[in-house]
Design a protein around this ligand. Structure first.
Ligand SMILES: [Ca+2]
Ligand SMILES: [Ca+2]
Length: 287
């Protein structure tokens, strides 16, 4: 994880930088240190490590492509969580030993994914690369079967030391002749060795993803607000299981993201940088 970088601008030159070069996804602050020849801008950067999992959904059946996986170059995610390199979970059975998960840079994480048998479906939105493609295909309850259940194991220190959030995207197809797939779902997350958390999310009737992510909240089914994603915060367990139990509809999970909390050391670097700035100003002013 990159926690710090420095950008410099020569008075008559072009900007450059040194330090780590992985994704600089969150600026935490900056300061200026002025000398006669150079302007320094120090930037504390937290690489908010992300793991994105796209449930592909129906996939290809008898040669017809209903849903397709995201390419590594396709970007998707709610504001603040946008990333490349989504892991595609296809089909309805698990690879032996679970599916290995990589992060937003395509690097291995050591974490693995398993999920239960479920129906594979898709909404009628266009199969446009990126957000719409991620949101189009989903897993859902299969009649007379268990709800969708997703387990992630083996999360490393990058996630467990400072904690992480889990973002759950949902959008079922609007009412059909045979069933209502949109509705209210109880998303139930159980961290290993921890206390289970519940959030209710409502996929409003007649509403499918239109390019705008809307957070849904609710501690009860009746109190569920409409949206297309819910989030669980303050997690630190190395493994968790997420289930989607429908109150109405089919309990869809279109994708999830695991978002590591920023390292607090970044703030320390900014404070250190500020102290250097004050010292330099005092030196220049003769105090
Ligand atoms: Ca819907
Ligand atoms: Ca999906």
């Amino acid at each position: 994880m990159e926690a710090f970088g420095v950008v410099w601008v020569w008075a008559s030159g072009t900007p450059g930088h040194f330090g780590g070069t992985t994704s600089m996804s969150a600026l935490r602050g900056c300061f200026w240190a002025v000398s006669p020849f150079v302007v320094l801008v120090a930037i504390g950067v937290a690489d908010a490590a992300l793991i994105g999992i796209n449930f592909v959904g129906k996939g290809t059946v008898s040669g017809t492509v209903y849903t397709q996986p995201l390419a590594a170059t396709e970007s998707a995610g709610a504001p603040g969580f946008t990333q490349f390199n989504w892991n595609n979970a296809a089909g309805s059975s698990n690879p032996t030993g679970g599916q290995s998960l990589y992060d937003e840079n395509g690097q291995g994480t050591g974490a693995t994914l398993t999920w239960t048998y479920a129906d594979k479906s898709y909404t009628s939105i266009s199969d446009t690369p990126g957000d719409r493609r991620m949101m189009r295909g989903y897993l859902s309850l299969f009649p007379d079967k268990d709800p969708v259940s997703v387990t992630v194991s083996g999360l490393g220190a990058l996630f467990t030391v400072h904690g992480y959030s889990v973002v759950v995207y949902f959008d079922g197809e609007n009412a059909t002749k045979t069933s209502n797939q949109d509705g209210v779902t109880e998303y139930f997350l159980t961290p290993s060795g921890g206390t289970a958390k519940t959030v209710f999310g409502k996929d409003a009737g007649g509403t499918n993803f239109n390019g705008t992510y809307t957070p849904a909240t609710g501690t009860t089914a009746a109190g569920a607000t409409a949206g297309n994603y819910v989030r669980f915060d303050g997690l630190k367990a190395s493994a968790f299981t997420l289930t989607a139990t429908p109150v109405t509809g089919s309990g869809p999970i279109n994708g999830i993201q695991i978002v590591a909390a920023p390292e607090p050391t970044t703030l320390g670097l900014i404070i250190l940088g500020g102290a250097v700035l004050i010292r330099r100003r005092r030196i220049h002013s003769g105090r």
